[in-house]
Design a protein around this ligand. Structure first.
Ligand SMILES: C[S@@+](CC[C@H](N)C(=O)[O-])C[C@H]1O[C@@H](n2cnc3c(N)ncnc32)[C@H](O)[C@@H]1O
Length: 272
């Protein structure tokens, strides 16, 4: 199974598992189909820690957005690979800190737009949801809804949280990230989380083999390969860490040897 072409957004097909549906299931959501639950349970049978990893990943996203608004003063977000609307969405976290913060959500799964419409996320003047593909960054950066909400002359944040591992090497993930970073003004930020095979390679590889049969095959990368995504940026403290260790605000139940998702936030320097 491979993803659709970047230029041709897919239609909703309930018979094939998707990353969004499986992640919704891990998080205890109700917006998943039987095919998503089957594939997710296959992952969990050999890697039960994925339930905790999904929750820790979501918490990282929320802590990163809180840091970006509260400490870095970022008011505009491009969240690519949004996932199905869940608890603590980016605009809710950001607008709790900065009421007029703006968020453009992007996902190549059309269910994300459909559910966002149902929840009226698309009705607000400060949020937009578009169906587009990370493998075609120009279509995201040039999209009229992106242009309407994001001022590219001002600092912004691009969020690539638990999505870059769905971009295989043939699609040039480093070129994609560089194109997004080029579009950001100095003082902007990039937040990434990404699965790695460095820890519990057997579990990570087992999960990746299940994702291979879904709409979203996954590619594991080493910590060195993941850190390379930040090559023109300054990593903010504490650097690239296991997802639960990035500026934690509570205890985690995840064991260090089971934490096979890495996370970091980088800042574009003035001279980059
Ligand atoms: C695991 S979810 C992550 C959701 C959210 N970012 C989070 O971390 O809580 C991954 C999302 O990336 C989306 N995705 C995968 N490949 C994509 C692509 N090429 N372009 C845009 N979105 C993509 C999937 O549809 C899914 O909704």
């Amino acid at each position: 199974m491979t993803q659709d072409s970047p230029a041709r957004p897919s239609r909703i097909n309930s018979t094939v598992a998707t990353a969004a549906g499986m992640y919704d299931y891990y998080l205890g959501g109700k917006d998943n189909f039987a095919a998503d639950r089957r594939a997710a349970n296959e992952v969990l049978a050999s890697a039960p820690e994925v339930l905790l990893l999904a929750r820790e990943n979501r918490r990282f996203l929320q802590r990163a957005v809180r840091f970006l608004t509260r400490d870095a003063g970022i008011e505009q977000f491009l969240d690519i690979g949004t996932g199905l609307p869940s608890q603590g969405n980016v605009h809710e976290i950001a607008q709790a800190e900065i009421a007029h913060a703006r968020v453009v959500y992007v996902d190549n799964d059309p269910k994300v737009l459909a559910h966002s419409r149902a929840l009226k996320i698309t009705a607000a003047r400060t949020t937009s949801v578009i169906t587009a593909d990370l493998r075609d960054p120009a279509s995201i950066l040039g999209h009229p809804e992106t242009r309407a909400l994001i001022d590219f002359d001002q600092p912004m944040a691009v969020l690539l949280v638990a999505v870059l591992h769905f971009i295989d090497d043939d699609a040039d993930p480093y070129g994609i990230v560089a194109e997004l970073c080029d579009a950001m003004a100095p003082g902007s930020y990039l937040a990434i989380s990404h699965v790695t095979g460095d820890t519990r390679a057997d579990h990570a590889k087992g999960a990746a083999s299940v994702y291979k049969k879904t709409k979203h095959p996954a590619t594991l990368r080493t910590s060195v390969q993941i850190e390379r995504f930040f090559q023109d940026l300054d990593l903010v403290d504490p650097g690239l860490t296991y997802v639960a260790d990035w500026r934690p605000d509570s205890e985690t139940d995840i064991m260090p040897e089971e934490a096979w998702v890495l996370a970091g936030v980088g800042r574009k320097p003035a001279t980059a």
